[in-house]
Design a protein around this ligand. Sequence first.
Ligand code: PMP
Length: 363
Amino acid sequence: MNLRIPGPIPVPEDILREMSKPMINHRGPEYKDLLFGAAERLKRVFETEGDVWIITGSGTAAMEAAVVNTLSPGDKVINATIGVFGNRFTDIASAYGADVVTLSFPFGEAIDPDALRAALGDEPDVKAVMVTHNETSTGVANDLETVAGVVKGEFDKLLLVDGISSVASIPISTDAWGLDAVATASQKGWMLPPGLAFLSFSERAWKARAESKMPKFYLDVEQYRKYYEIGQPPYTPSVSLMFALDTALDQLLAEGMGSVYERHAAIGQFTRDGVRSLGLELFARDESYASNTVTAVSIPDGVDAAALVSGLRTEHDVIVSGGQASLSGRIFRIGHMGRTTESDIEETLDAIRQTLPIAGFSR
Ligand code: PMP
């Protein structure tokens, strides 16, 4: 099977094998070494001297942790969203009683820093800004460094980031850019099965934690901090995924994050060039902000998106994703995180070339 959805991604055999190791005492010395070793190396990937917490849960748990640990009901926040996952930040913060000003950009476009600047100028009492680094639903990556320059550099607001499909795949510099909380998840560029979420947490985020009044229990970072001091997780961790994480981090850092980022940029470009050579168009309005972890392709007029996606699966064993929410039937998406090779993409493109006419495509 050629699994080309934007997460979960194919997990290398040697990492998968780690998960068959026998259990250990999660409150014993071996786990302490595992936890400390993982946390130290996670910090290197996030490029932070601050904390990175390991949460057993999916990426949404880390998004929710970023919100409930820094905000109080009634706090005004701006959510700059460019897609379906961006909208989730509004849903989470609203569920906990924040007063969310949703700044929506058209799907297929990136955040316009001038519009964000204007919104921040109009709302002086905003406490925090929430943004998605890489919007998996539209295949668009925001220029997070520039966005952070506006939020932190010009307005000095708390900045909460969904880096679920970006961290470990495309460059991110948590401390240098002033990102206060960055959420990510194991089933993406980390080359792991789903089930772990990671959350960076800055000094400034800790100050916000001290004042925050949103309810929290499982996701309370204070519990993670207290237990970390004695080398333990607050709750029973996914020991098997921690074994796998240990190996995945070794592999990422042995290769070097610079090389990992270059590989993703190269395979992203290779995929986009290939898609265009089939006579298809990228959904990203401008290639300068097209994502290097997932390519969203517009469904041409007359093509049945569901027939395309199911034809790829049944005839070629190539698994791609359709569009979500309002994008259903309008796009399909090809994931290329982790160790995606040119031959994985060539096989995908070849299958698309053969299936398109069956799904109604005529050039
Ligand atoms: N945000 C982004 C950008 C994502 O790609 C995803 C998962 N596709 C999520 C949030 C939600 O993460 P999860 O499904 O792991 O909770």
